[in-house]
Design a protein. Structure first.
Length: 223
């Protein structure tokens, strides 16, 4: 299964999505910072499962319709940072979809995640990640789970990885940095967290008009 995650930088990179999906034969597309009032219902054979509705800049998940069927969708408003309370850019920071794998007759969960911005503490982002993982588990018992997105966690990633492992999950960074806008904050921001998947590789794709580079996660469910 090939999953692309892309922070569109306030919807600026929306015009790149069709070419991205085609070029990399993506099966699932997870978006952050999308204007969900202005996204298509279909992108190169991928169907829109759901998009958040309470965000100024929202989340969306697309899936390949001949491979999967959407069973259930869950969005979640996570603990807010001061930035969220004042500017209100994102009410919902998790969008999870339970997909039915048609060929293999099994279910799995894929989610788009967007953590609080750098103005918040890492401790708040860890609480958001923990809450997001707990919420996804309510979509089904012992299902493979893959959460991708913008974690806004450029430093102390080893500590985050340890906490994720203690929760029973695996944290995977891509092979190259994914954020380039500010000189002192360049680095890995876009991750994949999983359980029940064999993560083959996480690849940073070429930069487009966003300050985030998209990532391509190649994964096989093992549960």
């Amino acid at each position: 299964m090939k999953v692309i995650s892309y922070n569109l930088r306030k919807h600026r990179a929306v015009g790149e999505l069709e070419a991205l999906v085609d070029q990399h034969a993506a099966d699932v597309l997870c978006l952050q910072e999308a204007d969900t009032r202005d996204i298509p219902h279909e992108i190169s054979g991928l169907r829109l499962a759901e998009a958040t509705s309470r965000n100024r800049l929202g989340l969306a998940v697309y899936y390949r319709e001949n491979l999967f069927a959407a069973r259930e969708v869950r969005s979640l408003a996570l603990k807010k940072s001061l930035h969220d309370r004042v500017l209100k850019p994102a009410e919902e920071r998790l969008l999870a979809v339970r997909l039915h794998d048609i060929d293999h007759n099994r279910d799995l969960i894929v989610a788009s995640f967007h953590a609080a911005p750098l103005t918040a503490r890492n401790s708040l982002r860890r609480k958001q990640i923990h809450a997001a993982l707990a919420e996804m588990e309510t979509l089904g018992d012992n299902l493979p789970i893959l959460m991708v997105g913008d974690y806004n966690y450029p430093v102390f990633k080893e500590h985050l990885g340890q906490i994720v492992r203690e929760a029973g999950y695996e944290l995977n960074l891509s092979d190259a940095r994914t954020y380039t806008r500010y000189k002192f904050f360049k680095g890995h921001y876009d991750f994949a967290t999983s359980v029940g998947f064999h993560i083959v590789e996480v690849t940073t794709l070429p930069q487009g008009s966003s300050d985030h580079l998209p990532i391509l996660v190649t994964a096989d469910p093992v549960l």
